[in-house]
Ligand binder design. Sequence first.
Ligand code: HAM
Length: 418
Amino acid sequence: MIKGIKGVKDILPEDSARWRFIENAARRWGDCYGFREIRIPIFELTTLFARSIGATTDIVEKEMYTFPDRDGTSLTLRPEGTAGTVRAFIEHNRGADPIPQKYFYLGPMFRHERPQAGRLRQFHQFGVEYFGTQDPRADVEVISLLWRFLSDLALPALTLEINSLGSSSDRAAYLPVLVAFLKKKAGQLCENCRRRIDTNPLRVLDCKVPECRMATEDAPQLVAHLSPEAKDHFDRVLTGLTALGIPHHLNPRLVRGLDYYCFTAFEITSSHLGAQNAVGAGGRYDGLVEVLGGSPTPAIGFATGLERISLMLPDQRLPDAGPSVYVAAFGAEGSRAGVILLDELRRAGVPAQSDYRSTTLKAHLRQADRSHCLYAILLGDDEIQRGSAPVRNMLTKEQQDIALPDLPHYFHQLQAPS
Ligand code: HAM
């Protein structure tokens, strides 16, 4: 037997209702905030990700699925959606259209991480990208969209953490101070962090190893090194969130694992998830469009992991599926009429099914139960003669006779409004 790949999961029919519910909610919330869906490719040139996410990030250093095309060009399965969206924004000259431009996407991403609960090698994101303004109200809009979406799904114990990474010159001024501090603490840091002192010192601040956390407890904070403009921007974001009643906590250690961020960075976690507790995260990336060859265009976005949402989505939040109908057709006349009735029900938008192997009423009712149909129409030769058939409620076992021509309309009325 050939098995699926480690960390790459099938979504079986039993789970599809959850997924469709989450995806529909994502599209609805995206539309509601004026974002429009973009569908970007699953694979791109490797350099796109290396240049945008950053050559010394974990993603680029060790997590990308990279392979040579037949002509040797290096390609990579997208590990996230921001780089591809920015590439499309530049390539289609969207900056020439009225700004701001707001996009959202849904789809699979690929990272070669160690699989565990909530961490997969193929996972799915809902993400948004808002191009064209540095206005802190855009930051508030993007963060509130993520917060409202996750809250609408009734996900438990959500916490929004936020930080400002300042402008690139703020970071240039801060980094030597941080590096000097880290060098003094090098002996107490994990091997990975010792290496990061030279390659990506900011990441040392969000290392999860307890010794590293202790050693960096008194590390100088980036928020204390913000320029007056960056501080003002950040204050306005925080005030805006408060005005909308969105609870948030300042986390000076929040630095994010992708290099393109500046100013606002945020993450929503849930204590109901295990070690992989980030439900969604994002931030501002005002320099990225220019880095990838476009005109300077400030931007901000987030992405949220659908597997993690699915793990936490309470069953009660799922809408009841509309009642589906089983056509228990038996006897020569009944069987012939059953095929036509199935077609009529489906054309009326009523989910309807039957099992062609069952020939007796008893076998049909067993099958109706197994397929979780709420109703069964009992259609034998007698019913065809009478011109009406019993509709059986499979839960209560109550039966009601309905005229055959009225059946599609009768069930159509019972459908939950979509
Ligand atoms: P990220 O923090 O790398 O950001 O990923 C966002 C979310 O994707 C995470 O919070 C998590 O829920 C989910 N996620 C990430 N890796 C995995 C995995 N291996 N398995 C399951 N879920 C995962 C980004 O991707 C940025 N592009 C977000 C962004 C958009 N920033 C600006 N615009």
